[in-house]
Design a binder for this molecule. Structure first.
Ligand SMILES: [Zn+2]
Ligand SMILES: [Zn+2]
Length: 282
């Protein structure tokens, strides 16, 4: 039977946090690893998780906000340095420009390293696939992968991976939307933005600036309760909350989601490995 698991590499947010690395996770299907998002620290987190960065040949980017892409330069060049010789990156429109900008910034560095004798494959021939709308993605992987547009302030895609009888969905950043409910329909595991979890950063703040930011964030992300509601409506089995600000109140976060969602609720932690079980085998 195919083994499917998700490793939460980074469960953080744009705010630097020693407990939580930048947003990123790995979907592992037997011995194949697919990276979804590439926040700050992704390459180091992969190594801590025992996943060789050079073994990753597919990266799916949900959107191009800084917190989700800050680790890309190190992943691209560092992974190549470790021996990666092929890479496909799937992302929204703008992915190609972002990638080429990094290559351009470091072209002298890459030239130096190729002059030492390293082949340019795996860095100079990266296959970039820009998604041109919701639907099925053909990227050469043998599983059905579909995408839908989320509600966030830049173009953002959630991804649904169907691996035999197991389905995993990664929401990316999003406010509640029927699109994520539809994309997650009957999924075994949904990893969902829960950035509006209770945290001391904003709670009872007397700062009008922080209060204004918190109010505006309501249009871009989910609360744990909204994440729970989405999981419930979609009939998801296990919900993994992620994308946390520093110092969230974990028990309260879990309770808020569990108050509306009857399945398993996991408050994601960095380097946590979650085995994906399907309905029949549970
Ligand atoms: Zn974002
Ligand atoms: Zn984000």
């Amino acid at each position: 039977m195919t083994n499917v698991e998700v490793t939460m590499l980074g469960t953080g947010s744009p705010r630097p946090d020693l407990e939580r690395s930048g947003p990123s996770q790995v979907l592992t299907i037997d011995d194949r690893h697919i990276l979804i998002d590439c926040g700050e620290g992704t390459t180091a987190q992969l190594m801590k998780a025992g996943i060789p960065p050079e073994s990753i040949h597919y990266l799916f980017m949900t959107h191009l906000h800084s917190d989700h892409v800050f680790g890309y330069g190190q992943f691209l060049l560092g992974g190549w340095g470790l021996g990666r010789r092929k890479l496909t990156v799937v992302g929204p429109k703008g992915m190609k420009h972002f990638h080429e900008t990094i290559i351009h910034l470091f072209h002298e560095d890459i030239d130096y390293r190729t002059s030492l004798g390293r082949p340019g494959n795996g860095v100079l021939d990266v296959n970039i696939i820009e998604i041109d709308g919701p639907g099925e993605i053909d990227c050469g992987l043998p599983w059905k992968i579909t995408t839908a547009e989320m509600v966030h302030n830049v173009l953002t895609y959630g991804y649904r991976f169907e691996i035999e009888d197991k389905t995993v969905v990664i929401s990316g950043d999003t406010a509640p939307t029927p699109a994520i409910v539809e994309l997650s329909k009957d999924a075994d595991l949904l990893v969902i933005d829960s950035a509006l979890a209770p945290t001391g950063v904003y709670r009872n703040t007397k700062s009008p600036e922080l209060q204004k930011i918190w109010d505006n964030l309501q249009k871009e992300h989910c609360t744990p309760e909204q994440a729970g509601e989405i999981g419930k409506q979609a009939g998801v089995k296990t919900l993994v909350l992620t994308h946390f600000l520093p110092n969230i109140i974990e028990e309260e976060t879990k309770q808020q989601a569990a108050a509306v969602f009857n399945g398993e609720v996991i408050v994601g932690k960095d380097l946590q490995v979650i085995q994906v079980k399907n309905t029949i085998s549970v």
